[in-house]
Design a protein around this ligand. Structure first.
Ligand SMILES: [Zn+2]
Length: 282
């Protein structure tokens, strides 16, 4: 009985100290893979931030992606600033906060880049900048990226990540879809290659325009790619949709994606594809 009592006390203390320890644990010590449920020690995630079990690529900032994607990068159009066309409440503060967090002027990073001896025009959308939403500055930067690439005879590589058009800019945001599509068409008519890398998540107006206009479409494992969200689709068609409907793997199966590529292979594969597709060399 005495022993039992002691054990009970020990157990209770143990639990208590564990709880205290838990309270001090920062939230980001562990990460749960949203695709397969594996719990991963954040420290164990390498620079690619992928799940060791299912190869899903965690959502990363444009800055993190740039570290392993290319050998050299020269940023362009850093001076463009949104004007808050609709005077949307709280929007200027939201932009400022996102700018401070990411170091970008809007949700895409654009510039001229190099992989080995291959020159390219590169755009990386940042899912951490107001959900990678497509605003007027995002649209203008991507349009200029294509226009410059057409003039300089360069292929374009664009890594997409977006929650869709930015509601705070209303119709001006939607118009970017047509504007960018026109620049993509001119780039294609001049005979240059456009390569898209769909990353998690690519949705809404971005999927409905330039994310689906590439000559070659790559996607990262288990990236969510779709137009409307699952709930909206189910409410509209009054049916449950399959769990994997908007998975990159399902899109590949149905011909919307040419190939699924893991992050650690991305740079080499893009380099090889650009070699086949021509364009500038050093
Ligand atoms: Zn996983």
């Amino acid at each position: 009985m005495q022993l039992y009592k002691r054990l009970k006390t020990l157990t209770a203390n143990h639990v208590k100290s564990d709880r205290q320890a838990d309270a001090k644990v920062p939230d980001d010590l562990w990460q749960k893979c949203p695709k397969c449920g594996t719990t991963i020690l954040t420290k164990q995630l390498d620079e690619y931030a992928t799940c060791p079990h299912c190869h899903y690529g965690f959502r990363i900032s444009a800055r993190q992606r740039l570290q392993w994607l290319v050998d050299e990068f020269q940023e362009q159009d850093t001076d463009l600033q949104t004007r808050d066309p609709l005077h949307f409440p709280g929007y200027p503060a939201k932009i400022k906060q996102a700018q401070a967090k990411t170091g970008l002027n809007d949700s895409v990073w654009t510039g001229r880049a190099r992989i080995k001896d291959q020159q390219l025009a590169l755009g990386i959308m940042d899912p951490t900048f107001i959900m990678g939403s497509l605003g007027t500055v995002t649209g203008e930067k991507i349009t200029r990226l294509f226009e410059r690439a057409t003039k300089d005879g360069l292929p374009v590589v664009l890594c997409t990540a977006s929650g869709g058009a930015r509601m705070q800019e209303g119709i001006s945001s939607l118009m970017q879809m047509a504007k960018i599509s026109n620049a993509v068409a001119q780039h294609a008519a001049a005979g240059f290659l456009y390569l898209v890398v769909l990353t998690d998540p690519t949705t809404g107006g971005v999927t409905a325009s330039f994310a689906m206009q590439g000559d070659i479409t790559l996607a990262e494992p288990h990236a969510l790619v779709g137009f409307a969200g699952r709930r909206v689709i189910e409410q509209t068609i009054h049916q449950k949709i399959p769990a994997d409907l908007q998975d990159a793997e399902n899109l590949e199966k149905h011909g919307f994606v040419d190939r699924i590529v893991q992050r650690q292979d991305e740079k080499e594969l893009i380099y090889q594809l650009l070699q086949y597709g021509g364009g500038h060399h050093d």
